[in-house]
Design a protein around this ligand. Structure first.
Ligand code: SF4
Length: 313
């Protein structure tokens, strides 16, 4: 399947989208925080980011979901072509990548350099370009896609975001992003405020995920099992059901699709400031994880997750 961005490039529509996205940077509303700062004049909002792209790493990644990584996971072939952006529009106190998201670890890169990085990943055999935490750099990344197309970019774009998105920004990505991979972190607004400083998280996330699904539908795989297009949702199980999993899974099953690909994740461990919060200061129990799996099955979901049978050491 040909990635959608090629059509927009040929019609000139990609230029119009870039113009609209850069206009937003003049009074930034890229995400629901709507800081209204002029990032083109060096002002910074909650995400502490200006005009210049800041990147912490570019490399093939074999730890992502099977449909992104492909069958070469065990012998280092294929993989997802990850580009990790520095800073974040969320403030998760348990962030597993806090050096990058909160402490600003990374280096400035030009649009051209990122475009060349995308081509390098494609030439290394990656199945997609996976922008990790792209929300606050969306205009620059779309510009980098445009710069990479004449250099030969042909693999799908993955928008791997935290789920705290402005639906108006997501609308501008129609036909550019092939695979949306949002987190849905919480259903409870108090927990979203306490742990990520985003009390309206679930409301904004639901709007955005509905729009993503409208654009790309359920996740479609090719004959090798590699993702071509669609929605892939991540939900991280937190201890003491702080993620409010029933409501999250119910939303997915009832308002998105029972055929949604949902990665119910068991890898939470206390990082960054989580030790200051007793209720977050442990890994989830196997029973807590499997309870979420039971919920998903009860709601009719069936893709992207499996019961954990083994105790972790
Ligand atoms: S992207 Fe950054 S500056 Fe823009 S609204 Fe969000 S947090 Fe504020």
């Amino acid at each position: 399947m040909e990635p959608g961005y090629l059509k927009l490039y040929e019609s000139g529509e990609l230029d119009e989208r870039i113009e609209k996205l850069y206009k937003i940077l003049e009074s930034c509303e890229l995400c629901p925080r709507k800081c209204k700062v002029n990032r083109l004049k060096g002002e910074r909002g909650y995400c502490r980011s200006g005009e210049e792209l800041i990147v912490s790493a570019i490399h093939p990644h074999f730890g992502e979901e099977d449909p992104l990584v492909g069958p070469g996971r065990f012998f280092g072939a294929g993989g997802s072509g990850t580009i990790f952006l520095t800073n974040c529009n969320l403030g998760c106190i348990y962030c597993q990548n806090y050096e990058i998201s909160h402490l600003g670890q990374g280096s400035p890169m030009s649009i051209e350099e990122v475009a060349r990085g995308m081509i390098l990943l494609q030439n290394m055999g990656c199945y997609n370009i996976n922008f990790v935490t792209p929300t606050h750099f969306t205009p620059q990344l779309v510009k980098a896609i445009k710069a990479a197309i004449p250099k030969g970019l042909r693999i799908p774009i993955v928008y791997n975001c935290g789920g705290y998105e402005n639906v108006e920004t997501i609308k501008l990505l129609e036909g550019i992003v092939d695979i949306y991979m949002p987190d849905i972190k919480y259903s409870d607004s108090q927990n979203a405020k306490k742990y990520s400083n985003a009390p309206d998280y679930f409301e904004r996330c639901k709007e955005a995920v509905k729009e993503m699904y409208r654009q790309v539908g359920d996740l479609k795989l090719d004959h090798r099992g590699i993702a071509e297009r669609g929605l892939l949702i991540r939900h991280l199980i937190l201890p003491n059901d702080l993620a409010g999993s029933w409501e999250v899974l119910k939303f997915i099953a009832e308002e998105i699709s029972k055929d949604s690909y949902v990665n119910i994740m068991f890898q939470y461990r206390p990082m960054f400031k989580a030790k200051e919060y007793e209720e977050l200061n442990r890994r989830p129990l196997l029973s807590e994880y499997n309870r979420a799996i039971d919920m998903a099955l009860e709601l009719g979901l069936h893709r992207g997750f499996r019961r954990e049978l083994l105790l972790r050491v």
